[in-house]
Design a protein around this ligand. Structure first.
Ligand code: CUV
Ligand code: SF4
Length: 633
């Protein structure tokens, strides 16, 4: 296959990449080419620049070249420290997102921009956290729950609350390993401290710290993000939508929503449906306002409003290249700084909204939660008014789009299963039917496929190949993040895709009326997977690590993914990576992550850049777990 073809899986994107070439616009692939061979030391994790005696790069080969940094740190120390810092950074991103959501809940009011949509979920959480509910106004309860949550970030004593939800054997493992997460900010600070010059040099100890910090993300910040978002904006239910750049509309104002935090995107959705804004759109000659999502924000708004998905992380530049985007509205995370030069080539406005992510050259319109809807309207207005400035000769909208069903929460999945299998029409659902089909072997197992795109691998190829192979082998797939968008574009989130599934999974899909690949949301929503797996484990009276369940990140790139992978393994679920993490320079770290960690947590990391080989190992592992589980039950 020619290099050009390797770039992308679908022809449409190739057309846009060609358009970029013709118009002399640089994209990530040009920059990837210019980057040439990546630094071998960095790639293996053996470059340290923690203090100014360095940077030191030590040899990853024993007995050859510099074996220690100036302070005496070995490759093992340097790799483990770098890994720990990645986990800390990833944890901070998702948890800081959750902190903002908790603040929004704290300011929610009956007649304000932010209200409480899922009162029941709030009451369940209030009870769990022993917040008094009787005879109290729902907003008083919300404010107190939010305050309790905000204290989870910095409380001086004790451990986090959400890990209580894990199965008993899992909690015992965490306790014995000494990795029960304490306050979220504290775990992040501890890693930053312990990895500074002259603190922890013991690799195993650094990895245990990483596990604890990652748990403060999975069973802390991220879980808070999911739960609170549901409470404020509603728990998702399945909705039909469309995905890929073909969702852009030539005759409408197109607004690209990119980033993470629903407290912005939800308000933009509201503003875009506001009669005043629609009238304004008509006045400028447009037929309407069309929202399209990218990355996690895309997942959030499609789950709750069916907003169409423009695509994945890597399509952020390509979307602009269509020439029909009036504004790219972003908040935090995964935003390419290159959106400035790319949007500069068109009429497109690049609007940043968060003080946490200002981008050079972008238009900054700060989003003010206190007057959220007004603030959102001002942003949408700027987009609408830009419609007239389109450069007509630069327009090209690819045709391709696929139908997708998005927005399965754990609640929705469980309810749907229970309703069909047990005819429990009104029930809130139990996981019994799911446990039953797993036990019986109708479904061999379940896989969570998550994460980003990475130009190191052929775009979306790994995501799609792995998903197809798993469902063909009766492994049900749940998916989040950009993996979910890849699935949507490939048509795997449609009920139609059941024809690609094995007999068992096909039967379940037909019976329950679900697609074989289930959209579970954004990256913080990986905690929905933790919740579901834990619920099934508890129901069967086993541990997470006993279940035939795997986590997969075929094309990951972000520090967040490192934190996620670590909390998933720490939660007892094997993690399969399609991109090699920068740890290969240390024998000890490699040995712990891909081997010894199993003795501690009952799960480990597997790495293979060939998606087919990786899936074969996954399937073997699933069968291995099934055999052990059978003996246990
Ligand atoms: Ni938080 S982290 S590219 S948006 S999944 Fe998408 Fe998901 Fe990776 Fe970023
Ligand atoms: Fe070099 Fe040690 Fe400083 Fe790292 S901490 S840069 S290995 S001297």
């Amino acid at each position: 296959m020619s290099e050009e073809k390797m770039v992308s899986l679908d022809i449409i994107d190739e057309q846009l990449i060609k358009k970029a070439e013709q118009e002399g616009i640089e994209t990530m692939w040009d920059r990837k080419k210019a980057m040439k061979t990546p630094c071998g030391f960095g790639e293996q994790g053996v470059c340290c620049r923690i203090c100014a005696m360095g940077p030191c790069r030590v040899s990853p080969v024993e007995g050859k070249g510099a074996q220690r940094g100036i302070c005496g740190a070995t490759a093992d120390t340097i790799v483990a420290r770098n890994f720990a810092r990645m986990v800390a950074a990833g944890t901070s991103a998702h948890s800081d997102h959750a902190r903002d959501i908790a603040h929004v809940m704290h300011m929610a009011s009956r007649d304000g921009s932010y209200t409480i949509k899922d009162e029941k979920k709030l009451l369940v959480l209030a009870e769990e956290w022993e917040v008094k509910t009787e005879g109290r106004d729902i907003y008083d309860i919300a404010h107190e729950v939010a305050e309790v949550a905000l204290n989870e970030f910095g409380k001086p004593f004790g451990t986090l609350r959400f890990p209580e939800r894990a199965p008993e054997p899992r909690k015992k493992i965490w306790k014995e390993l000494g990795i029960e997460p304490r306050a979220i900010d504290r775990e992040i600070a501890t890693i930053m401290h312990s990895t500074s010059i002259g603190c922890t040099s013991d690799a195993e100890s650094l990895l245990k710290m990483s596990m604890r910090t990652s748990l403060s993300n999975g069973w802390g910040g991220s879980m808070m993000g999911s739960e609170f978002t549901d409470i404020i904006f509603g728990t998702p239910t399945p909705t039909v939508t469309e995905a890929n750049l073909g969702v852009l509309e030539e005759k409408q104002v197109n607004i690209l929503l990119h980033g993470h935090d629903p407290s912005l995107s939800e308000m933009i959705v509201m503003a875009a449906n506001d009669p005043e804004m629609l009238k304004l759109a008509q006045e400028v000659g447009a037929e309407g306002i069309n929202l399209a999502g990218i990355c996690c924000t895309g997942n959030e708004v499609t789950m709750r409003h069916g907003v169409k998905l423009a695509g994945t992380f890597y399509q952020q530049e390509l979307a602009v290249l269509t020439g029909v985007i009036e504004a790219v509205i972003v908040d935090v995370q995964c935003i390419f700084p290159s959106l400035t030069p790319v949007t500069d080539c068109y009429h497109t406005k690049f609007i940043t909204t968060s003080p946490k992510a200002k981008v050079t050259g972008a238009t900054h319109i700060e989003f003010n939660e206190a007057v959220a809807l007004e603030s959102a309207k001002a942003i949408v207005k700027a987009a609408v008014e830009n419609y007239a400035n389109r450069k007509q000769d630069k327009i090209f909208i690819p045709k391709s789009k696929a139908q997708a069903i998005t927005g399965y929460s754990v609640e929705a999945v469980v309810k749907q299963l229970d309703r069909v299998v047990n005819s429990h029409i009104d029930s809130q659902g139990t996981v019994k039917p799911l446990a039953d089909v797993l036990k019986a072997g109708v479904l061999r197992g379940a896989a969570g496929i998550v994460g980003c795109n990475n130009p190191k691998v052929r775009h979306e190829y790994s995501h799609i190949e792995i998903m197809k192979k798993l469902i063909a082998n009766d492994v049900i797939v749940v998916t989040t993040g950009c993996a979910a968008q890849a699935a949507a574009k490939a048509g795997l989130l449609s009920k139609d895709a059941a024809k690609l599934a094995g007999k068992g999974l096909q039967a379940v899909c037909e019976l329950v009326d679900i697609p074989p690949v289930i959209h579970l949301g954004s990256c913080v929503d990986n905690t929905r997977i933790l919740k579901l797996v834990s619920a099934v484990a508890k129901f069967m009276d086993v541990d997470n690590s006993d279940l035939p369940v795997v986590g997969v990140a075929p094309e990951w790139m972000s520090e967040k993914a490192v934190a996620i992978g670590t909390y998933v393994v720490s939660s007892g679920i094997d993690v399969f990576l399609g991109v090699v993490p920068p740890v290969t320079g240390s024998k000890e770290v490699m040995d712990i992550l891909t081997n010894k960690i199993e003795d501690m947590t009952g799960a480990k990391f597997f790495v293979d850049t060939d998606p087919h080989a990786l899936t074969d190992v996954m399937l073997a592992r699933i069968e291995e777990k099934r055999e052990k589980l059978e003996q246990k039950l």
